[in-house]
Design a protein around this ligand. Structure first.
Ligand code: ASP
Length: 296
């Protein structure tokens, strides 16, 4: 038990390594989490986060991010923001404000530029081509417009028992202009309380929000559940509730870590990968397959 970092999806492997080395060298969780996420945001190969993220239905890249510091419960959120290189840093900046902690669209962009954050056209040729292909496929009714999305979410605890949770995503591919999912919504996409731990989610935002899934996972840990049990109960309960009340549930995946660096992960999807590194160990990739946690 000690420091630890856990991240959604394999795309976070390099970032998680970077975050882990910060924690290993006595660094703090805010830096570990933001460096881990920036690594994914800056890589154009990952088409669902940051630079090269997948566009909305108009062909514009609109990005969402959230950040929470569990020591103070300070949270910052941004949604549908364009042209800002690192949305997670924008969210972190907002978390330091007393008022106006959730900014979207043009207001978020203006605030980011005032704070000196870097401006960048986030659309890459790769994502633009993906968009053109999708427009064609959708017009031929070969595909649902919303297939293709993933969020990088990271929870870390440092040697000072500070818990940070943060997210970054381009949301659903071909989403409506201005659409926000769970990722920038406190309690849904992310939650952190250093007295207990933190959680982040990925999947269909419209359904994840209906269960405030990240808050619920942290609440279960606060009640005394181990992180693995908390993740399993939170995902299974929301999946069942949605299925009972609405006939089906979208994808729901959660990773979490308590203040002691113990972790958990669960998913109702066929396969969900995540990356973990704890004190004394190397960063490792795991997957949830058929409801079981398997080390890759
Ligand atoms: N939860 C994100 C959203 O709905 C997408 C994802 O994590 O796959 O915007």
């Amino acid at each position: 038990m000690g420091w630890g970092i856990i991240s959604t999806w394999e795309m976070a492997h390099e970032g998680t390594k970077k975050g882990a080395s910060i924690l290993k060298n006595g660094g703090k969780a805010p830096e570990a989490v933001t460096e881990a996420i920036k690594e994914v945001e800056n890589n154009p190969e990952y088409v669902s986060v940051g630079f090269g993220g997948l566009p909305n239905e108009n062909g514009d890249v609109e990005l969402d991010a959230g950040y929470m510091n569990g020591d103070t419960l300070s949270a910052g959120m941004t949604g549908a923001v364009k042209n800002i290189k690192n949305p997670v840093i924008l969210a972190k900046n907002l978390s330091e404000e007393r008022f106006n902690i959730f900014l979207t669209g043009k207001g978020a962009e203006k605030y980011a530029l005032e704070k000196g954050l870097e401006k960048r056209n986030m659309l890459t040729e790769k994502s633009e081509n993906e968009y053109k292909r999708r427009v064609e496929d959708v017009s031929k009714k070969l595909l649902s417009p919303y297939e293709g999305h993933d969020t990088v979410g990271v929870v870390a605890v440092d040697n000072f028992s500070t818990v940070i949770a943060a997210t970054s995503t381009s949301g659903l591919f071909m989403k409506k202009e201005g659409r926000l999912g769970d990722s920038p919504v406190i309690g849904s996409g992310f939650y952190a309380d250093s007295d207990t731990g933190g959680a982040v989610a990925t999947g269909l935002g419209e359904d994840l929000m209906k269960g405030c899934i990240s808050y619920e996972t942290v609440r279960l840990m606060k009640e005394g559940k181990k992180p693995q049990e908390a993740a399993e109960i939170a995902v299974k309960n929301l999946d069942k509730k949605l299925t009972d009340k609405r006939g089906k549930s979208g994808d729901i995946s959660v990773v979490c870590m308590n203040r002691y660096g113990e972790w958990g992960a669960f998913s109702n999807t066929r396969e969900f990968k995540f990356v973990v590194c704890c004190e004394g160990k190397e960063p490792e990739i795991y997957k949830i397959e058929d409801y079981k946690v398997i080390k890759i």
